[in-house]
Design a protein around this ligand. Structure first.
Ligand SMILES: NC(=O)c1ccc[n+]([C@@H]2O[C@H](COP(=O)([O-])OP(=O)(O)OC[C@H]3O[C@@H](n4cnc5c(N)ncnc54)[C@H](O)[C@@H]3O)[C@@H](O)[C@H]2O)c1
Length: 247
């Protein structure tokens, strides 16, 4: 079998890095997609090399922009081959209580966290269906499942990710292409670890397991969803939140 190609958006962030590493260990050719304004590719590649990961293919672009996604995927196909596994992972927050939320904060979160799924998936899903095999993994959030005050934009986008997942899963069910969502709770990424210590402690106190998730626990779940043995699972939302919320 030829080496499968996995394309990960937001690859140089906390979860993205763990997902890329898990896929590399699984033997996939990994395309690490990044935003040139937000990510330092050279530094990230050095860190990956030091950790024993030498073969990442990097492509740059903006997931909120359709033309940029077209160009990123075309570049990835030229460098690595057709995309077999897509992880829609790139995301941002612009938290504000709704009374104070500006339209640009709403728009930024919806376009980066939800419209990006249209922009990216459009580039690969029909080709996966034609080849008769594919995996689409969409990163949602516990706050898309349960809602979170201060995050109407983020909760709406992440709930939208789940709706998109369920609908597309039905369309592709006979084509060998599965579509699933992962809804993480709080993960020990740089972003979460930067939360003020007392606030972070109060968050951890609300989690039944009394700890944050490890990024590699997200990588392991994506690794399973990308595997052949996950072929009967589609349209699912996998809660991985230490017991914080049950659907
Ligand atoms: N960290 C958590 O606790 C947590 C919990 C639940 C869900 N999530 C979700 O997991 C995903 C990854 O989050 P993370 O914690 O690794 O965050 P992160 O900030 O470390 O990584 C996000 C990545 O997305 C990239 N990105 C942002 N906007 C982009 C754009 N327009 N185009 C291309 N790339 C863009 C950033 O450059 C960054 O590399 C997000 O969708 C987030 O909502 C995270």
């Amino acid at each position: 079998m030829t080496q499968r190609v996995a394309f990960v958006t937001g690859a140089m962030g906390g979860l993205g890095t763990a997902i890329c590493q898990a896929f590399a260990k699984d033997g996939y050719k990994v395309v690490a997609a990044y935003h040139p304004q937000f990510d330092n590719k050279d530094e990230w590649l050095k860190e990956q090399e030091a950790a024993g990961f030498k073969d990442f293919v990097c492509v740059a672009g903006d997931v909120a922009d359709l033309a940029s996604c077209q160009a990123m995927v075309a570049e990835a196909e030229a460098k690595a081959g057709p995309v077999d596994i897509l992880v829609n992972n790139a995301g941002i927050t612009r938290d504000k209580f709704f009374a104070k939320m500006e339209k640009d904060q709403w728009d930024a979160v919806i376009s980066t966290n939800l419209t990006s799924l249209f922009n990216m998936t459009k580039q690969v899903s029909a080709k996966m269906a034609e080849r008769g095999w594919g995996r689409i993994i969409n990163i949602s959030s516990v706050n898309g499942v349960k809602g979170q005050g201060g995050q109407t934009n983020y909760s709406a986008a992440k709930a939208g990710v789940i709706g998109f997942t369920k609908a597309l899963a039905q369309e592709l069910a006979t084509k060998g292409v599965t579509v699933n969502a992962v809804a993480p709770g709080y993960v020990a990424t740089k972003m979460v670890m930067a939360i003020r210590e007392d606030i972070l402690k109060s968050i951890i106190d609300t989690i039944p397991m009394k700890r944050l998730a490890k990024p590699e626990e997200m990588g392991a779940l994506c690794s399973y969803l990308a595997s052949d043995l996950a072929g009967y699972m589609t349209g699912a939302t996998l809660n991985i939140n230490g017991g914080l919320h049950f659907q």
